[in-house]
Design a protein around this ligand. Sequence first.
Ligand SMILES: O=C(O)CCC(=O)C(=O)O
Ligand SMILES: [Fe+2]
Length: 246
Amino acid sequence: MTGELFPRPSRELAPGAVLLPDWLDLTQQRELVAACREWARPPAGLRRVRLPGGAEMSVRQVCLGWHWAVVPRCPTCGVARKAAEGCPRHWFPYAYLRTTADGDGAPVKPFPAPLGVLARRAVAAAYGPRVAQIPGALDYAPDVALVNHYGEGARMGLHQDLEERTDAPVVSLSLGDSCVFRLGNSSTRNRPWTDVELRSGDLLVFGGPARYAYHGVLRTLPGTADPVLGLSGRLNITVRCTGLAD
Ligand SMILES: O=C(O)CCC(=O)C(=O)O
Ligand SMILES: [Fe+2]
């Protein structure tokens, strides 16, 4: 945001969860918004996700590299339960797939190499000299990105990012309208939590002890985006490592 009297300082919201405000300059933000526009196009473009309970998520999402989807049964073993003994790669009710099974069925778009480079820089910037102490941070090699668009009124309930098979950090980049983001703890949906405003260009990395912290978006703040971005609403890109080989 322009017109800030004092730059917002970097903050560690909880051990392992580092917020670097204004990490992306306006040019980088514009480039990422333009890229998101391309990624959002069909085939395998932006879609609305229907949750296991039947409700639709208020965000619209496009995936790169791997497709995150709600599945009616485990695509590996066919069992529709949270756990299935003997299944080498059990997924339920969420899975990483190579096709947009809950969309138009097209192959997922490839993970863009420049986004991987940016995310590696993000992890290094967030952790600095202690990067080697954060699991999966030193050789950060992401292979999936989830791009979420928040229109007016959209939010994201508190959840943990659990579908990945590694403890490597999650890199989150925010674009467009600001939002109120809640970072909680790893064991319950209750306090302690920290509510923080995420603005366009902000970087949040959560790894180490914060990797499995509950988090969510309470609300967006419509009209707060810099008009030069030409974006209505908010975009969030999370970059992750699935830990999957194929
Ligand atoms: O929009 C955000 O800031 C968070 C998104 C998120 O938690 C997710 O995609 O899993
Ligand atoms: Fe998440």
